[in-house]
Ligand binder design. Structure first.
Ligand code: SF4
Ligand code: SF4
Length: 468
């Protein structure tokens, strides 16, 4: 661990030049942009100050220039301007949805971040984040350990602030402080339904989410098991790779992807499954992109296509299966905060709203503000001030609708918005699980009086599965 820390924190010498295949792909993507600027209208960072370089069109130009300079071998290291404005991108992919020319901005920004990481000398803060993303965050036990040290981190943050090291102070203060509990079942193994068996799925238990809010996996499994679905958490599957990939560490992301593919192919060989499910939008988006990540890997390319073909957000899967009439009804008003990586990253738009509505809640439309809350891609750590501004804008908009509760499908959005909003925020599956017979989600205890059991069948079970 100490050696890993030293290795990850040592500054890198600038090693310019991108490989030719990457440079060609970047050039092709950039050439597909017709510079219409329609994407600027939906870009959260462009909306802040109207700086062209903080919008997708400007970033495409910056990235194109950066790689073209690399090809010419002239002063190939990224400039401060390129690093600043490319680094400020949230990777929310709102611009991808808005683009009429289907510009593949997603892979363009991935290449750019990887290139900057490889060629520029990172500062202390960046190097710490790279180390944290590769060595701590993807591993639940290490993250639990970190949470235990949160009080120390908080004191350290105050000391750093007094020492005017604001950047490092905000990092220390952002250390997670909640939960550390364990889910009732996080595998590996099968949570077998106690109802008539109607199907089988594989669930990614995740990394950060299962530590910060283990009730999300519990609610997901109960909801599926109650619908007659066996849920397997495959041995050997872990972080999807989105956290490391988000810092530009493409090799690290590939390692996680390969381990997951091995684990899931083995589970599928044992018994086929209808789907591989995710209850964090970032994970689903990352796994659906495995075919691109592993396109040049002769051993994994075809398997990545198989896995991505089975990958579904839990709301996508339940949206097709349907849950039927709820077991509890309420008059609670729910604002659904759609995670960017679900809407723009996976094209899953209406399913969560439909499921919440069919579960008996009143759904408030978050019209007029589809922009990122500032949580995408570890942004609160990378750009804390902008992340806070974006969060405040989102919070004001949500509060203007006067909801009783907010539901979202990403632990990132949940933990980012929670401290600033003053009303309960839960994962969509926790809300659904409650409506279909599960326990009251954490934070909604005071609202449980607004919910009525539907008359009829016997008392509802809390666990609907057997661990095996
Ligand atoms: S909307 Fe698409 S084509 Fe138009 S400027 Fe943006 S990326 Fe380019
Ligand atoms: S991914 Fe989001 S933040 Fe980045 S350029 Fe596109 S819209 Fe803007």
């Amino acid at each position: 661990m100490v050696q890993a820390l030293k290795t990850r924190l040592s500054p890198k010498a600038a090693i310019p030049t991108a490989d030719a295949a990457r440079r060609d792909e970047v050039a092709d993507i950039a050439a597909s942009c017709v510079h219409c600027g329609l994407c600027n209208a939906v870009c959260p960072t462009y909306a802040l100050e109207g700086d062209e370089r903080d919008g997708p069109r400007g970033r495409i130009t910056l990235i194109e220039q950066m790689f073209a300079r690399d090809q010419n071998q002239a002063n190939a290291s990224p400039s401060d301007t390129e690093r600043r404005h490319i680094g400020r991108c949230l990777s929310c992919m709102a611009c991808v949805t808005a683009c009429p020319a289907n510009v593949d901005y997603n892979h363009l920004i991935q290449h750019a971040k990887a290139y900057i990481r490889e060629t520029a000398v990172a500062g202390v803060r960046e190097r710490f984040l790279h180390w944290f993303a590769a060595t701590v965050a993807p591993f639940p036990d290490r993250l639990r350990w970190l949470i235990k040290t949160a009080p120390v981190a908080s004191r350290l943050g105050k000391a750093l602030r007094l020492a005017r090291a604001r950047d490092l102070a905000s990092l220390a203060e952002a250390a997670p402080t909640t939960s550390g509990h364990r889910a009732a079942f996080s595998g590996p193994g099968t949570a077998a339904t106690t109802r008539e068996r109607r199907g089988r799925v594989i669930l990614l238990a995740g990394c950060v989410q299962q530590v910060l809010r283990p009730s999300i996996n519990d609610a997901t499994i109960r909801l599926l098991a109650r619908s007659g679905i066996d849920v397997e958490v495959a041995p050997g599957a872990g972080c999807c790779g989105a956290i490391t990939g988000g810092t530009g560490d493409t090799d690290g992301a590939r390692n996680f992807a390969q381990a997951n593919i091995d684990a899931w192919m083995k589970a599928l060989d044992k018994e086929p499954a209808e789907a591989i499910l995710f209850n964090t939008a970032d994970c689903g988006a990352a796994v659906k992109d495995y075919p691109h990540l592993l396109r040049d890997d002769p051993h994994y390319a075809a398997k990545a296509v198989t896995i991505a073909g089975l990958a579904k957000d839990v709301s996508e899967y339940l949206g097709v299966r349907r849950l039927g009439p709820p077991r509890r009804w309420s008059s609670l008003k729910v604002a659904h905060q759609a995670p960017c990586r679900l809407v723009h990253g996976q094209g899953v738009v209406s399913e969560p709203d439909d499921l919440i509505y069919e579960a008996g809640f009143t759904v408030l439309e978050l019209t007029g503000d589809g922009m990122c809350c500032g949580a995408c891609d570890g942004y609160a750590f990378r750009e804390p001030e902008i992340a806070e501004t974006l969060r405040d804008r989102k919070v004001n908009h949500v509060l203007s609708l006067r909801p009783d509760v907010i539901a979202t499908g990403s632990i990132g959005c949940l933990k980012h918005i929670e401290p600033a909003i003053g009303i309960p925020i839960v994962h969509t599956v926790e809300l659904l699980d409650w409506a279909y017979g599960g326990p009251v989600p954490r934070g909604l205890e005071a609202l449980s009086g607004d919910v009525t059991n539907v008359p009829g069948p016997p008392p509802l079970e809390v666990d609907d599965f057997i661990r095996s």
